[in-house]
Design a protein around this ligand. Structure first.
Ligand SMILES: [Zn+2]
Length: 577
């Protein structure tokens, strides 16, 4: 069988991508084609077939073939004696996210998992992709180039995992470990691109020196800047990162942007190669469940921070300040007492990507919780081995395993790896903090590695209310269980009008003071005494009394003075590798 995708951007201005899928040399009487319902890396059913605006099945000479629709995303086509089937279809591509395709007059971002059908039973088949694009436009992709605008994918999994950015983007290149890295920048970000590219290169070098080389021939960063922050998505030898073009204007959000870069880049190892056994080969039709996203995502988040340190982008105090802030956030989230990281990973399909106002009370994020576990596990390994080993060694060991057998890891492999590195059985550790919901003993873990965790109770109150401004109105987003706002019986969607008879304003709820960033919320600071709150609930005027009872807490981490050489070695191992 020969599979070729011809993609045209002729109708890009109307946000339409046209595809002609040509399947030749068919020996079976029928072929079944399917468009994936989700994209690996983003664990939610997204029903991409809903974006198909027209589809027809024909021979190469244009004779219409018989086709039956089997389910929301699959068709069965009966071939004629020529043995060739052409599927001609159009996709509406209006969403600029790392998981979708987007096209307009200025560019196109193609995400093949929601754009290109696979042929059932032939996912292992090589295919070719030919793009018809406007003159002068450039293609950034990690896919192997045949010539001109023609590319080859060794199998469908690789095709689905390799996005394209096409347009007049700015392109930069650098080499790490002798491998070319291409950076594509679209969307006019407000920053000095020279500095940005240099920072990305520093991150790539830090990751390469930890992992002892780059496991692909070429790597592409696709950055699309827009007016909202869309996040990133990892791929085999590339990544798509959607950021707000104004983010670089603040030091803090520029750092958050670089943290996303480091996160997606580290995925080249953790999840794309060191992968849970359940994640590949993929079943694109249904949910693919795993209990290991805390490792695949959370540990990656921990390394994003560690790589920024090793790249010299943040210093040691910056690293500890970041970890402390996230410990604070983690402890402020009641949901960590209701759901384990294990369950959070498994339920990603119904929780992480589909949050409700109750999410922070009833679930734990495998990103944040996994990052906490990464730090805890790193501390555990360096203290157990007296600074001989760190979490880096486990990552490298799992990567070696993958290089040998190409297979995913199981929970047993993870525990086996930990035992090999530390000489100890850490099953109880994983049982308590990953499968269970026991409190991570940060204080004692840190002491052993020469760190001090200080928890300061603040005198100012903490309301437990999360508010948002919608135009001129102020609405409740969430209420933390057990907080003062919870006791005041406020619920999500309540529209707050006034506190103590004074109209609530933008100034009062500045997002700079969001509680979950580890800072006191301004609401509690403005109203330290009991207050009467007037609000609308489904357009009915109501009043409640707010009584402050909770106090803010500030967690900080610092290196202990007078460290013995023995302890200093452990900390150096953890930070520098
Ligand atoms: Zn990730």
């Amino acid at each position: 069988m020969k599979i070729t995708y011809f993609i045209s951007l002729e109708k890009r201005v109307q946000q339409i991508i046209s595809v002609r899928l040509v399947i030749e040399e068919i020996t079976d009487p029928q072929v079944q084609i399917t468009l994936p319902n989700w994209t690996p890396g983003s664990y939610k059913i997204r029903d991409y077939s809903g974006r198909i605006r027209s589809i027809s099945f024909r021979t190469q000479t244009g004779t219409i073939l018989k086709a039956a629709k089997l389910d929301k995303s699959s068709w069965k086509v009966t071939r004629d004696e020529t043995g060739t089937v052409e599927v001609v279809y159009e996709i509406y591509a209006s969403e600029l996210t790392p998981r979708t395709s987007h096209a307009d007059a200025t560019h196109a971002l193609l995400n093949p998992s929601g754009l290109l059908f696979y042929v059932e039973g032939y996912k292992e088949q090589t295919s070719e992709i030919e793009l018809s694009i406007p003159d002068g436009w450039h293609i950034t992709t990690g896919l192997e180039k045949i010539d001109g605008n023609r590319f080859r994918a060794t199998n469908y999994d690789i095709l689905a995992d390799t996005p394209f950015e096409i347009g007049t983007q700015q392109v930069f290149t650098f080499r790490v470990d002798g491998r070319e890295h291409e950076i594509s920048i679209y969307g006019n970000p407000q920053m000095d691109l020279g500095t940005f590219v240099a920072d990305v290169e520093k991150i790539a070098n830090a990751a390469s020196s930890m992992m002892k080389g780059i496991p692909c021939k070429r790597y592409c960063f696709i950055f699309d800047f827009s007016d909202t922050r869309g996040g990133g998505l990892e791929h085999l030898n590339s990544t798509v990162i959607i950021m707000d073009r104004l983010m670089p204007l603040s030091q803090k959000s520029y750092r958050a942007m670089l943290s996303t870069v480091a996160h997606e880049y580290f995925h080249m190892w953790n999840v794309k190669r060191i992968r849970p056994v359940e994640l590949g080969p993929f079943n694109y039709k249904v949910e693919n469940y795993t209990n290991m996203l805390w490792f695949a995502e959370g540990i990656t988040d921990y390394y994003a921070n560690k790589l920024l340190l090793r790249a010299g982008i943040v210093d040691r105090s910056g690293f500890f300040e970041y970890m402390a802030r996230h410990i604070n956030t983690y402890f402020d989230r009641p949901g960590r007492k209701r759901q384990s990281l294990y369950e959070s990973s498994f339920d990603s399909w119904i929780k992480q990507y589909q949050p409700t106002a109750d999410t922070l009370n009833s679930s734990v994020s495998y990103y944040l919780g996994g990052m906490m576990l990464g730090f805890a596990l790193d501390l555990k390994i360096v203290t157990t081995t007296l600074g001989q080993k760190s979490l880096d060694d486990l990552i490298r060991l799992l990567f070696e395993k993958y290089r040998k057998d190409g297979k995913g890891y199981t929970e047993k492999d993870l525990l086996g790896g930990l035992k090999e590195i530390t000489g100890q059985d850490l099953t109880a550790f994983i049982d308590s903090y990953v499968k269970g919901i026991e409190e991570i003993p940060f204080e004692s873990l840190m002491v052993g590695a020469g760190l001090e965790l200080t928890v300061k109770q603040l005198e100012e109150g903490w309301s437990g209310i999360i508010l948002k401004r919608e135009g001129a109105t102020t609405k409740v987003v969430s209420v933390v269980e057990g907080s003062s706002a919870w006791d005041a019986d406020l619920i999500a969607e309540d529209e707050i009008l006034a506190v103590n008879g004074i109209r609530i304003s933008e100034k009062m709820i500045s997002s700079e003071d969001r509680w979950y960033e580890g800072k006191l919320d301004r609401f509690a600071r403005l109203f330290p005494q009991s207050a009467s709150i007037t609000f609308f609930r489904r357009s009915e005027l109501m009043t409640t009394t707010y009584v402050p009872k909770n106090f803010g807490r500030d967690v900080s981490i610092k290196e202990s003075k007078d460290q013995e050489a023995r302890v200093r070695k452990m900390l150096e191992k953890l930070l520098a590798g």
